[in-house]
Design a protein around this ligand. Structure first.
Ligand SMILES: NC(=O)C1=CN([C@@H]2O[C@H](COP(=O)(O)OP(=O)(O)OC[C@H]3O[C@@H](n4cnc5c(N)ncnc54)[C@H](O)[C@@H]3O)[C@@H](O)[C@H]2O)[C@@H](O)CC1
Ligand SMILES: Nc1ncnc2c1ncn2[C@@H]1O[C@H](COP(=O)(O)OP(=O)(O)O)[C@@H](O)[C@H]1O
Length: 663
């Protein structure tokens, strides 16, 4: 729940995304009081385009802008932005893609001197051609595509939050020709626009790129990937959720002054302040045990390095001690790299299992003792079959694992430091938090408590869900990652960390339902072997330093898990020296709300937002008042590229990230 307070509100604006129904509810009171939101959106978009032209060293009087205008309010935003640009001397051509156009915005655009190309044969736009034949329609489409390709900037205002399903008709044809027909934008991660084809126009999307799944982050059909998106009022889920977030480019958020109070975001993004809340600052009376101990059952004779990387990462991520359990060769390797590691059983505050352990498909799986030990440990987290009833209502005494005497066999049964490791016996909800990674995902019990954090990549999530009756490929997961992460949480009960350039963390919400946090703090240099092992170790350390609260607080599980992802990503950024990120927070464009007296006058005159003429607001004061957090120079090509890294570079950077966040 978002509460009042300006700094809280600004941080929420940058880090919270609201679904379409919620955005419409936030707009409603402003529209009722006559605040000219459309004109404000247009002012923000024009500001961004002018800054972009400046950045490209294109003189406004020589610039060519093509505007794809839909029939709804998104097209209205675009037409009013076009009118503003015309007022600055930019040549703007509007290509109308629907049968109609927003009447007041269209007339403002025409009065400002804009050219218009109508594509729909059945167009009813006043003063424009209509009723032309199919041949001419084809020629007009061809002309529009050519104009768009030759433009310096293409403004995509075909559809915004009013889109339903995949693009159809003329918008679909344009998107296919100018953008992509499905699939993720295919461009280098570094420097984005600066590395793009010099001849192609830069694309500025109005509110949302046309054709993307606004509420679910999918790319259901043809769409136009944007270099920049000027989002209206509040972020929508598509600005944070992969793959759609990759199609939004750099996001500028036009701040309409929405009151966020009482509105729950659909998705939230991690930031340093939130991650810092999951880091435990050492206290005077602390010793190694009270700072948290992580036990790791990772690595195998087949994949020994994962044992080293997970243990080393955990030891570097702000806890007091690590315990390692694995084959003797791997133990030797761990001790060489992490001499402070304690071998064998003992009390732990968290576990990490599965990294570098063969999965069931691996020919060596049957002979791997690590799998047997992990299976016995995981049995303690089994809270029953998946059902629509809340498993916490189940009788904790009904525990098959306890009946089978497995508690005596799991590692840590003979605690060397006092308390037994599983002090609360068989109740899965009282077990220490555990990160279940890689080869242990296929031995996850059918239903587990939220302090079980699973860390699959897309292929592993597909395999896990396939084992539970969903016939799924990695490509299916990549196409709709949020839905599948939520499904995995629903079926297993675990807190789900679905890894990628934007990592999704889905878990229980304190008020029921699910909560989603995303972390995109890393550059793509992080896609390197062993990076997942480092995340698992970091995760173990974050889970261990919560002073036992995760067994009681499902929300805290999501936050701690997302904090580990964020810290891991920041370590990659620090180690590689790269400025590129999987996700970056938006730049806020501030647009002062016109004085209430003016709003009232507009309302009295029957001029809702839809009817506001841009000229009413484009006096010098209003234009100058359009301030923003952005520099005039957008600095598109100044993102430091950085350099490749290996997994150990990440580990070395972890303490500096911790110190940066705590400082
Ligand atoms: N509601 C408001 O007061 C405000 C809305 N604003 C703008 O208004 C937009 C929402 O406007 P609307 O509700 O009119 O909706 P949109 O303009 O986003 O979309 C409706 C138009 O898209 C077409 N369309 C929908 N699905 C399609 C598909 N699958 N294929 C092809 N065409 C499709 C419809 O035929 C219609 O012409 C926002 O995204 C934002 O840009 C801003 O002006 C700020 C204030
Ligand atoms: N393009 C990318 N940009 C940012 N981070 C990435 C990218 N690709 C992968 N990652 C991150 O790198 C890690 C890879 O983990 P994983 O696939 O398990 O690798 P491995 O098994 O080699 O350790 C994850 O944390 C993932 O989020």
């Amino acid at each position: 729940m978002i509460h009042h307070g300006d700094s809280v509100r600004r941080r929420a604006l940058r880090h919270a995304a609201f679904d379409v129904a919620t955005v419409r509810a936030m707009e409603a009171p402003l529209l009722r009081s006559g605040v000219p939101l459309m004109s404000m959106a247009a002012a923000a978009a024009a500001r961004v385009v002018l800054a972009l032209l400046d950045d490209m060293d294109v003189d406004t009087h020589e610039a060519g802008v093509v505007l794809l205008a839909g029939a709804g309010d998104n097209g209205g935003d675009g037409l009013l932005a076009g009118a503003r640009l015309l007022g600055e001397g930019v040549a703007v051509t509007a290509v109308t893609v629907g049968r109609s156009a927003h009447a007041a915005a269209f007339s403002s655009f025409v009065r400002a001197g804009g050219s218009v190309l109508v594509l729909d044969q059945a167009s009813t736009i006043p003063g424009c051609a209509s009723g032309f034949g199919a041949g001419e329609a084809g020629e007009r489409l061809h002309t529009a595509i050519g104009l768009a390709q030759d433009a310096d900037v293409l403004i995509d205002a075909m559809t915004g939050i009013g889109v339903s399903g995949a693009l159809r008709g003329i918008p679909a044809a344009l998107a296919k020709a100018l953008g992509r027909d499905g699939g993720v934008p295919d461009r280098p991660a570094m420097g984005d626009a600066a590395h793009d084809d010099d001849d192609a126009p830069l694309v500025v999307a109005m509110d949302t790129p046309s054709g993307i799944g606004v509420d679910d982050g999918t790319l259901p059909g043809p769409y136009i990937p944007a270099d920049m998106t000027v989002m209206c009022g509040a972020l929508k889920p598509c600005a944070m959720l992969p793959p759609a977030a990759y199609a939004c480019g750099t996001v500028y958020l036009a701040d309409f002054g929405f009151d966020l109070h009482g509105h729950d975001p659909a998705v939230r993004a991690m930031d340093g302040a939130l991650a810092a809340r999951s880091l435990r600052l050492p206290r005077l009376q602390d010793a190694k045990y009270s700072r948290g101990v992580t036990g790791l059952i990772t690595g195998s004779t087949r994949y020994p390095g994962a044992g080293v990387l997970t243990t080393d990462a955990a030891a570097h991520a702000n806890i007091g001690m690590v315990r390692y359990m694995g084959p003797s060769r791997v133990q030797d390797m761990v001790l060489t790299r992490v001499p402070e590691a304690v071998l064998g059983k003992g009390r732990v505050e968290s576990w990490v299992v599965g990294s570098g352990v063969p999965s069931a498909q691996d020919p060596q799986a049957h002979a791997d003792t690590q799998r047997e030990i992990i299976t016995a440990l995981l049995a303690h987290y089994d809270v029953g079959e998946y059902s629509t009833d809340d498993p916490r209502d189940a009788d904790p005494n009904d525990d098959d694992a306890d009946d089978a005497g497995l508690h005596d066999e799991v590692p840590g049964g003979d605690a060397e430091d006092g308390d037994a490791p599983f002090a609360n016996g068989s109740a899965g909800y009282a077990m220490p938090p555990i990160c279940v990674d890689a080869g242990a995902l296929d031995i996850l019990p059918s239903r587990v408590p939220p302090q079980v954090v699973i860390t699959p990549h897309a292929g592993e999530l597909a395999a896990l869900l396939s084992l539970r009756g969903e016939a799924l490929s990695a490509a299916d997961v990549l196409a709709d990652p949020w839905s599948w992460a939520k499904r995995a949480h629903e079926i297993t009960g675990a807190t789900v960390v679905l890894k990628g350039a934007i990592t999704l963390v889905v878990g229980d919400h304190e008020d029921g339902g699910v909560v989603t946090l995303v972390s995109g703090a890393a550059p793509a240099w992080l896609g390197t072997a062993g990076a997942g092992d480092v995340l698992a170790g970091t995760m173990g350390a974050l889970l261990a330093q919560q002073d036992g609260e995760l067994q009681e607080d499902a929300d805290a599980c999501v936050e701690a898990a997302a904090a580990a992802c964020y810290i891991h990503g920041r370590a990659a950024a620090l180690a590689s020296g790269s400025g590129q990120r999987g996700w970056s927070e938006p730049t806020i464009v501030r647009i002062p709300v016109p004085a209430p007296a003016m709003n009232a006058a507009l309302s009295d005159a029957g001029l809702g937002v839809g009817a506001v003429d841009i000229d009413d607001l484009s006096d010098d004061d209003a234009v100058d008042a359009v301030g923003s957090d952005m520099d005039d120079d957008l600095g598109m090509d100044e993102v430091p590229v950085g350099h490749p890294i290996v997994a150990h570079d990440l580990i070395a950077a972890l303490p500096r990230v911790v110190s940066g966040l705590l400082g």
